[in-house]
Design a protein around this ligand. Structure first.
Ligand SMILES: [Zn+2]
Ligand SMILES: [Zn+2]
Length: 400
């Protein structure tokens, strides 16, 4: 057995957060990088290194499928240093699996970002970064009228000769495209062949465009209510009769999942509650959509690439584009979990599920991680009673 010489650890004296319930006086043990038992607390052999959860929660590590940067670095800066810096920052906020996310930009800067992420992943065994489960190819295939805080110059319709090069790197695991763009169906089909979670975002698409996208493999919509179509935007496009939009398509179709930015600045509590009640914990993900201003002082920053990006201002709570609209969040997943718990009726297991097992299931990595189950990777957290991160374990290594 490859782990036979590895040290064994146990976290005890805490409440274990399982996907469907809380388990008091629990204990989670791991050897090397794998969980070896999750159960009732009991006496341990001396050889097992014990970690006291101090009456707090033992939680699966968080999984972030939509995240742009942190601690001053944006993934689109495109250097291994920037990827490493942003990843380490999110690990401190409880993220143990991360999907570095592209923005709109040139082919060259997207490729640099993808390759830098691959380099950091290759060298991750000895560094304190989360698992890089893949890259989220998010920009550049956005609709111009829903581009949000991204640079308009960097967005375009999908072209096979371009995106086949991204997929050829074999690290793209989530792929976004606005459904109404010419060529979207071919893009979705190749993304599906590459085993991606296929998503529609920054889009003003109609119900029928969503249905065509669904037939090509699209199953997810980025940041619900942000940069997406609505009945009123459909009326502007097609007049009457009024038509259904992305929102209705996601709410009515149980195979569709979506995500919310639960930072308290993007969506009011009733919208978080509504999304949770309509989609349920296994079709709703918490994402940070966090930019480089995480853990940085208020001030002006660039969203995206260090020269191609767009200016925004952080007020210490959220990012603002210079035109007064929101420019993504500046907080980590721990904040999202606390805010979702405080402002909705979702139970703690449901809230944590939306930040762990659900994104794992949607991206096809739930056999390896996403919940505390024997045989899965030892990706876990100790949280105190107020859900603040005390300790972070990635593949069995204590990283924080
Ligand atoms: Zn966005
Ligand atoms: Zn984003």
């Amino acid at each position: 057995m490859k782990n036979s010489g590895a040290k064994e650890y146990a976290v005890l004296n805490g409440t274990v957060v399982l996907p469907d319930r809380l388990f008091e006086d629990g204990m989670v043990r791991w050897k090397g990088s794998s969980l070896v038992s999750v159960g009732k607390q009991r006496r341990l052999p001396k050889s097992v290194i014990q970690i006291d959860a101090d009456g707090g929660f033992i939680s699966p590590g968080f999984i972030d499928i939509h995240v742009h940067g942190g601690n001053g670095a944006d993934f689109m800066d495109g250097t291994p240093d920037a990827v490493q810096t942003a990843c380490e920052a999110h690990a401190r906020h409880g993220t143990t699996t991360i999907f570095p996310t592209t923005t709109t930009g040139s082919f060259k800067s997207l490729m640099a970002m993808i390759q830098a992420s691959a380099t950091v992943r290759k060298n991750s065994a000895n560094s304190f970064v989360p698992n890089i489960a893949g890259v989220h190819l998010y920009g550049p295939y956005f609709a111009e009228d829903k581009v949000g805080c991204h640079s308009k110059d960097g967005c375009r319709p999908p072209k096979l000769s371009e995106y086949e090069k991204y997929f050829a790197t074999k690290i793209i695991r989530i792929a976004t495209c606005a459904a109404e763009l010419p060529g979207a169906s071919d893009f979705y089909a190749l993304a599906r062949r590459n085993k991606c979670l296929v998503t529609c975002g920054h889009s003003n698409s109609s119900w029928s465009e969503m249905q065509t996208a669904f037939n090509a493999g699209m199953r997810h919509v980025d940041h619900f209510w942000c940069a997406m179509s609505s009945v009123s935007s459909m009326r502007q496009r097609f007049n009457v009769p009024m038509q259904a939009s992305m929102a209705e398509f996601v709410l009515m179709n149980s195979d569709m999942s979506t995500e919310v930015i639960a930072d308290g600045c993007h969506l009011a509590p009733e919208l978080l509650e509504f999304a949770y009640r309509m989609k349920g914990a296994n079709r709703l993900c918490l994402v940070t959509d966090c930019n480089r201003a995480l853990d940085m002082p208020p001030g002006e920053y660039l969203f995206g690439h260090s020269t191609e990006g767009t200016k925004f201002r952080s007020d210490g709570r959220v990012g603002w584009a210079l035109n007064g609209s929101l420019a993504s969040s500046i907080v980590g997943m721990d904040h999202m979990v606390r805010h979702m718990k405080a402002s909705t009726s979702a139970s703690l297991p449901d809230v944590i599920r939306m930040a762990s097992l659900t994104p794992a299931e949607r991206t096809g990595i739930s056999r390896q991680t996403g919940s505390l189950e024997t045989g899965k990777q030892a990706d876990l957290l100790i949280l105190d009673s107020k859900l603040a991160v005390q300790k972070v374990v990635v593949r069995g290594r204590l990283t924080h």
